[in-house]
Design a protein around this ligand. Structure first.
Ligand SMILES: CCCCCCCCCCCCCCCCCCCC(=O)SCCNC(=O)CCNC(=O)[C@H](O)C(C)(C)COP(=O)(O)OP(=O)(O)OC[C@H]1O[C@@H](n2cnc3c(N)ncnc32)[C@H](O)[C@@H]1OP(=O)(O)O
Ligand SMILES: NC(=O)C1=CN([C@@H]2O[C@H](COP(=O)(O)OP(=O)(O)OC[C@H]3O[C@@H](n4cnc5c(N)ncnc54)[C@H](OP(=O)(O)O)[C@@H]3O)[C@@H](O)[C@H]2O)C=CC1
Length: 573
């Protein structure tokens, strides 16, 4: 019998009624949306305990005020103005042992929490391995220690990434071995200076593009090796874009993922994208991710512990590939291991429920189609004060060609622009922006050249098990998903919420684009005339070409006047 058929199962809002949810990463993009959605769609929830650290001189209560400030909370502000009374901030730093929680806060968590959602992570790709490990891997270890002591824990939802095993092209619903003993690696790193760790990082990361994906994979391995007996599930979203529908369409707030590039192209800072044009970019709306997380918490709580499924799982042996540059002995000293895993660990790799929240090639857009629909939006809804026309973005897959073109089409104009700014007594800015973009482009490169496909079996099953009402209220189905509309909303949201531009500024922005277009024509005409003036007196070939062109032009004019006279003649006879 499916869960939908079993009428004894509560629906999602009924399940959360009277329950307390703990959340890490509450100040983050997803954390903020989760808080809003849980309060809005599960009105009888008892409370949310938010694990927040103080940062940049801001206390946790000040940071809580910031969390609920944005327009995504406007609906709640209208319908339930007292909603903030359900939010309990506690001070927690994931990098510290035991999260540096106070004794009272630990007690509160142990007594009250029913569902734990772990969303905190350092999402910077090029983060130092030590810090990335501390947050994305050791954070999970510390959290499991805490969760074991919680009196009434129904579900532990861990947010990972669809790219944690991006060294594979088909990604199944299992936690593959990284080949590393993450704990031994941690001890090795503790004995090393930061510089030594940086030097060894490429050998440790190896087939992955960055420290982020490796430490997130370790985080999943922690769940396998240390999470036995707990009601765990893993959510793996792909590239999270803006919201599609709720609480408002197009909500986004940082330059992460593709947002930074959208802005760079819309503003005309960049013209070239180094990518494979037939590559699929797997972007998923943030509200789908949030709804998937809530539904997975509900399902996990109702299904019980994941190890109850152990008997159903076959135990195949895994062989992870060995990093190559440094010697096997050195790697083994660091924590690379060939030891066989126990049968129960091998089984748990496949038994923990994993939900891929992805578009998959069936629904995703190729880069070239995305670029052409983006350019359409750039001109239809132009950003304010664009530097150049955003109409001619070129996708180049050859890296050498890209670098050559970037030099002429991006760097030289940027130098000229910055020189102009200096002449007018202003600070140069374009070269800095280009340097940042180039660093972002390098960091994102791997994701623009490789293809992945994910197993979505459990995600689709989860959707089927939800009631019709819950499927609508907590929607993450792609059945009625219009990817083009989503991309349009994403771009509009970037303009409105990240650039903080008034959409009513369109006519002025459009006039500005026209000025740029006319300036462009004048510039091209001048370049043409100057080159011509230099070439005509010096080259016979240029003179022949000129004669050819002018004679073609006069023939063309004569032909058009004859044909228009002919048509007039036909009209009268
Ligand atoms: C017409 C054209 C349309 C075509 C569309 C195609 C667009 C292609 C885009 C490609 C997108 C591919 C995305 C793949 C992502 C895979 C995701 C895996 C999913 C996840 O699980 S992770 C979550 C997402 N995480 C990120 O996106 C983090 C990315 N950022 C970084 O890793 C680092 O910030 C970066 C970019 C390596 C720079 O690091 P660093 O040099 O150390 O500098 P800072 O981090 O301190 O930042 C300095 C400065 O840069 C700004 N910044 C941050 N990110 C970007 C960005 N993507 N683009 C431009 N600028 C960026 C940052 O805000 C700072 O600005 P300040 O003004 O504060 O100095
Ligand atoms: N955004 C994306 O495209 C994708 C994200 N994911 C995953 O989804 C989850 C949420 O991502 P998202 O919301 O976008 O990330 P954000 O970068 O927006 O937020 C990260 C959160 O983690 C918190 N955090 C980081 N370090 C610490 C620390 N030492 N102590 C306490 N809190 C800390 C941050 O708090 P603070 O404000 O204090 O820094 C912030 O609340 C992450 O696990 C990420 O790996 C997966 C796929 C794609």
């Amino acid at each position: 019998m499916t869960m939908q058929e079993n009428r004894n199962h509560p629906g999602i809002p009924e399940f959360f009624a009277g329950k307390t949810v703990a959340l890490t990463g509450a100040t983050g993009f997803i954390g903020q949306l989760l808080i809003e959605k849980l309060l809005r769609s599960c009105p009888d929830i008892k409370g949310l305990i938010l694990l927040i650290r103080s940062k940049k001189g801001k206390s946790i209560t000040e940071r809580l005020q910031k969390i609920i400030e944005p327009p995504i909370f406007d609906k709640l502000r209208k319908t339930r103005p007292e909603f903030a009374s359900k939010l309990i901030p506690v001070s927690a730093d994931i990098e510290k042992p035991g999260f540096a929680l106070s004794d009272e806060d630990v007690q509160l968590i142990l007594d009250e929490v029913n569902v734990f959602i772990h969303s905190a992570a350092t999402t910077k790709f090029n983060e130092h391995l030590t810090l990335s490990y501390a947050v994305n891997t050791n954070g999970v270890h510390e959290l499991l220690k805490l969760c074991r002591k919680i009196k009434n824990l129904h579900a532990f939802v861990h947010i990972s990434t669809a790219f944690s095993f991006c060294d594979k092209s088909f990604i199944g619903e299992e936690v593959y071995p990284t080949g590393w003993d993450y704990d031994k690696l941690r001890t090795s790193m503790q004995r090393m200076s930061d510089e030594m760790v940086s030097d060894l990082t490429p050998d440790i990361v190896k087939d992955r593009p960055n420290t982020y994906t490796l430490t997130k994979a370790f985080g999943e391995e922690v769940l396998v090796k240390e999470g036995e007996g707990l009601p765990i599930c893993i959510i793996r979203p792909s590239i999270i874009g803006s919201t599609y529908n709720e609480p408002i369409p197009g909500w986004c707030r940082s330059l992460n993922g593709p947002t930074g590039h959208f802005i760079a192209f819309a503003k005309g800072y960049a013209r070239l994208l180094c990518a494979r044009s037939d590559h699929y970019l797997d972007i998923i709306p943030a509200d789908f991710v949030v709804n998937g997380i809530i539904a997975a918490a509900w399902k996990t709580a109702l299904s019980g512990r994941s190890d109850q499924l152990l008997s159903k799982v076959s135990t195949t042996k895994y062989h992870a590939s060995l990093p190559k540059n440094i010697s096997r002995e050195q790697l083994q000293l660091l924590g690379y291991t060939k030891e066989d895993e126990s049968v129960s660990v091998q089984a748990r790799r496949k038994s923990i429920p994993i939900y891929h929240i992805v578009t998959n090639p069936k629904y995703a857009l190729t880069i070239s189609r995305m670029a052409s629909s983006m350019m359409h939006h750039f001109t239809r809804y132009p950003v304010d004060n664009a530097l150049r026309l955003p109409e001619n973005v070129i996708v180049i897959s050859n890296k050498f060609l890209y670098r050559t073109c970037a030099f002429f089409l991006e760097y030289i104009p940027a130098c000229m622009f910055d020189a102009g700014l200096i002449l007018f007594g202003q600070k140069p800015k374009l070269l800095r922006v280009l340097r940042l973009l180039s660093s972002a482009m390098t960091a994102l490169q791997f994701f623009l050249y490789n293809h992945w496909e994910w197993d979505e079996g459990s995600t689709l099953k989860l959707q089927r098990e939800m009631s019709d009402r819950d499927q609508k209220e907590f929607n993450f189905s792609k059945d009625d998903f219009d990817l083009k509309l989503f991309i349009e909303r994403y771009y509009m949201g970037t303009k409105r919420y990240v650039l903080k531009e008034d959409p009513l500024g369109y006519p002025a922005a459009r006039r500005h684009l026209w000025r740029l277009r006319v300036l462009g024509w004048i510039f091209q005409f001048c370049v043409f005339m100057i080159t011509w003036r230099i070439l005509i007196p010096r080259s016979q070939l240029a003179r022949n070409l000129w004669h050819l062109l002018t004679s073609f032009w006069s023939k063309f004019l004569r032909f058009t006047s004859i044909s228009s006279n002919l048509s007039r003649f036909k009209m009268f006879h």
